[in-house]
Design a protein around this ligand. Structure first.
Ligand SMILES: Cc1cc2nc3c(=O)[nH]c(=O)nc-3n(C[C@H](O)[C@H](O)[C@H](O)COP(=O)(O)OP(=O)(O)OC[C@H]3O[C@@H](n4cnc5c(N)ncnc54)[C@H](O)[C@@H]3O)c2cc1C
Length: 494
């Protein structure tokens, strides 16, 4: 029997980072009507990034709530846990819950996130083949990795989640094999520079990383649990458990069923998180969103993006000025490496590396034709991250010579000033095609690389790495007014 509960106020579907942030901001910015969040999890809403990091290697693995339970009481936020919204009716402005309750809304925020992509190959549903999305998944992995030396774990997919789990496993003394179908790790989301360094960094620490590896099936053991992976070339990888980390899919079924416009990457929203339905907003991993000034739409699977969109949706609901657009960014922790990335690589045409990857401390600045910074990938380089992020936000043109690394014995840079003691190396020109290197980007760009020199092979890595490089690629660029870079406060960093 249906229980009618009339609640006119804001209803938020999904109690993840995006949904909880939106609820908190509604209250902070003076929204006084009822706020209801419906989440299908039983726990107090919690942080997801630690699931693949500190939960796996930290001492207790205790859940890290986004807010204490007291917060929901004091802010008069009605948090409905363990229930799913099963239907949205945008014409009547109501949502229905799976247990029959109907909620009216004045504004609706869809924050349903994304779910792990699963495989359909033979053996995919064997016990011991898991994915990592929630606390229970993380606890199960923690038990598996915690078994320590002698345990074998196979990871399908060399994306951020797979590599973070690999790092945690190695730290537990577990035998880790990562199987990646593409020809490099992080092929979808990182530059060749970062992915080459990270592959070497992992291999040096014991991760067995197989690229261009075509997984055929999971094989069962006598107990019916997964016992091995079989690759197309006949390689068999024994394992006590397997993690599938091959990306996520947006939870956009509700929106689609309600006739809300979606594209292949999620619920289509504008810059203020508005969907095609009146008074319905969407935020976080479920959205296909514009990210000015980059061309196209993107699904950004990241906490900063969810936070930013929550702020924009709340401003739109309250009729406030939209907050300033934020530069998208992302982080990952693996072993002792703090990896931070700002911006998107979609329309960059050149790259300059500052620092030495062999030291596990460097930054790759990606520039457009007009010398504006479009993205920066950093490893253990907080100042470069901050500077790069700020340059992206300000759209300033920069002088590449300021980014290039300080003179190092043996290091040669392409664009030296005339007074440089190092002669430029003859450029090596490589042309090729780069896959859209964003979290879910669509664009592709042709590029030409002008590689100045290669660093001496790092003694710690198993593959070579270009340490100082200027790439030049062709592609559209929106010229900006030149800025006197020397007056930018960030220039002090260099
Ligand atoms: C293991 C892991 C590690 C990560 N590490 C990082 C990191 O280091 N840095 C970073 O920036 N990002 C990281 N992320 C990504 C980040 O966690 C997400 O971008 C962020 O959580 C997105 O928030 P969200 O609220 O959009 O989605 P979610 O956190 O997925 O929350 C959506 C919630 O809605 C619920 N829901 C869905 N449908 C319904 C329904 N019909 N009714 C009720 N509830 C529903 C879902 O079950 C879920 O609980 C990581 C993610 C994972 C899984």
């Amino acid at each position: 029997m249906s229980t009618e509960t009339s609640v006119v106020g804001a209803v938020i579907i999904g109690a993840g980072h995006a949904g909880i942030t939106a609820a908190a901001l509604l209250r902070q910015r003076g929204f006084d009507d009822p706020v209801t969040i419906v989440g299908d999890g039983e726990h107090l809403p919690y942080h997801r990034p630690p699931l693949s990091k500190s939960y796996l290697s930290g001492p207790d693995g205790a859940l890290d709530p986004l807010r204490p339970s007291e917060f929901y009481r004091s802010e008069r936020i009605n948090l409905i846990r363990g229930q799913q919204v099963s239907m949205i009716d945008p014409d009547r402005k109501v949502v229905r819950l799976d247990r029959g309750t109907t909620l009216e809304y004045s504004s609706l925020i869809l924050a349903t996130g994304a779910r792990p992509r699963t495989l359909t190959i033979a053996g995919s549903s064997l016990r011991g083949v898991t994915s990592l999305h929630n606390y229970e998944d993380s606890l199960a992995l923690r038990d598996l990795l915690g078994a320590g030396p002698g345990t074998k774990v196979a990871i399908v997919g060399a994306g951020y989640v797979g590599l973070e789990v690999a790092a945690a496993g190695i730290e537990h003394g577990v035998d880790i094999t990562v199987v990646e179908r593409a020809d490099r790790a992080l092929g979808r989301v990182a530059s060749l520079d970062l992915s080459t360094w990270l592959s070497g960094y992992h291999r040096d620490r014991g991760t067995r990383l197989l690229t261009s590896a075509d997984l055929l099936e999971f094989l069962p053991g006598e107990d019916g649990e997964v016992s091995a992976l079989c690759l197309a070339d006949g390689t068999v990888i024994d394992c006590d458990g397997a993690l599938v980390g091959v990306g996520v899919l947006p939870c956009d079924g509700l929106a689609r069923a309600a006739g809300i416009h979606c594209d292949s990457t999620g619920v289509v929203v504008d810059a203020d998180a508005r969907t095609s339905a009146p008074a319905v907003y969407a935020i976080g991993d479920v959205t296909s969103r514009p990210v000015p000034p980059y061309p196209g739409r993107f699904r950004l699977e990241s906490i900063p993006s969810a936070t930013e969109q929550a702020g924009r949706a709340v401003a739109a609901i309250l009729g406030l000025d939209a907050p300033k657009p934020e530069v998208p960014w992302f982080w990952s922790d693996q072993f002792d490496a703090k990896i931070k990335i700002a911006g998107l690589l979609v329309d960059a045409t050149a790259a300059v590396v500052r620092g030495n990857p062999a030291d596990d401390r460097f930054a790759v600045f990606h520039l457009a034709d007009d010398d504006t910074v479009r993205a920066v990938e950093t490893v253990n380089s907080a100042p470069e991250f901050m500077a790069g992020k700020r340059w992206i936000a300000e759209g300033v043109r920069i002088d590449r010579r300021r980014i290039e690394p300080p003179q190092k014995k043996g290091a040669v840079s392409l664009s030296r000033s005339e007074s440089s003691p190092c002669p430029p190396s003859p450029p090596l020109i490589i042309s090729g095609r780069r896959r859209a290197p964003t979290w879910e980007s669509r664009g592709k760009s042709r590029y030409h690389r002008h590689v100045s020199t290669s660093s001496p092979r790092s003694p710690k890595t198993t593959s070579g790495f270009t340490s100082t490089r200027t790439e030049q690629r062709t592609g559209p660029s929106a010229p900006r007014s030149p800025t006197d870079f020397s007056r930018c406060p960030c220039s002090r960093l260099f």
